[in-house]
Ligand binder design. Sequence first.
Ligand SMILES: NC(=O)c1ccc[n+]([C@@H]2O[C@H](COP(=O)([O-])OP(=O)(O)OC[C@H]3O[C@@H](n4cnc5c(N)ncnc54)[C@H](OP(=O)(O)O)[C@@H]3O)[C@@H](O)[C@H]2O)c1
Length: 333
Amino acid sequence: MTDSTFRALVITEHPEKAFKRTIEERRISDLPEGEVLVRVHYSSLNYKDGLSSIGNRGVTRKYPHTPGIDASGIVESSASDAFKSGDEVIVTSYDLGMNTSGGYGQYIRVPAAWVVPLPEGLTLKEAMAYGTAGYTAALAVDALLKNGVTPEQGGVVVTGSTGGVGSVSVALLAKLGFEVTAATGKPDEAAFLKMLGASGIVSREDVNDESGKPILKPQWIGAVDTVGGVTLATLLKSLDRGGAAAATGLVASPDLPTSVFPFILRGVSLLGIDSGETPMALRQAIWGRLAGDWKLPQLNALMVDCTLDTLGPEIDKILKGQQRGRVVVDLES
Ligand SMILES: NC(=O)c1ccc[n+]([C@@H]2O[C@H](COP(=O)([O-])OP(=O)(O)OC[C@H]3O[C@@H](n4cnc5c(N)ncnc54)[C@H](OP(=O)(O)O)[C@@H]3O)[C@@H](O)[C@H]2O)c1
């Protein structure tokens, strides 16, 4: 293929730690080495993309940089026998969009080991309606199920419930028959959360216990947490005997001010969720479920469309915790 140009969002560093976003023409030859060149049709917006866009060195070390930890598209060329030109694929996780040019460009070039064939039952756009956030939610739900959490034992709670990981978690757990309580800082989004399947809605403050008590009244058998800090500690103290909490995020804090009491008095489990480096067999199994028996009927209703040109305000919103559901970026329009 000739060294054609393509459009990409580029973050550049300026004096006094200012980071600016521009849409630029880039060349295929600018992309890193890799076995599979993919023409990106869709990407999506995750919290991590917001951090990469404002110069967070924990996510992206070097600028100029094109973020986008998610991409779905069509293989343009492949040096690996595992893929051929024309294959529909998903690329999420690993280093995409962190220190490898990401999905906010019309092309990515990545190792074959990062590429997942698009499962039957999912379009390229639907794959990005899930994206890393939805995939992470599915990993968290899978972990709860593997830990023996069932709807017969009690209800579950999801924090940051209007966000990407949270909204897909609410919908998935409800689809699987759980009674889901959604904890949110956005009381005006009650109708959205009910549409996803939440049967109860509580405020963020209700799951942020500052009393210092070592254990609280048991309320739930399972939890998906995106918030961290005192909130995750509160969930651990509020789980029923044998319950489990899946820790996915840290939007409030990376700290965990807990004691051992929930673990030794109620036998609760804290399950760590890492979407970045999941083994490929599990990765493909989870994508298969998202395309199959776990496919959400609300997928269209929980996504908002944008293009590279309208992505900026959406990035600002996710950084302020104001997003709802998932933002899908159309790279073809
Ligand atoms: N473990 C992994 O592999 C993995 C993968 C993906 C994401 N994550 C992490 O998961 C978290 C959520 O990601 P996301 O893409 O879902 O982000 P998101 O769409 O921005 O959702 C985060 C939600 O958290 C709530 N929130 C925001 N600020 C808060 C605060 N200060 N205190 C309490 N709640 C707050 C808001 O929901 P409400 O208004 O409804 O409360 C917000 O919509 C992030 O920390 C991200 O880095 C981890």
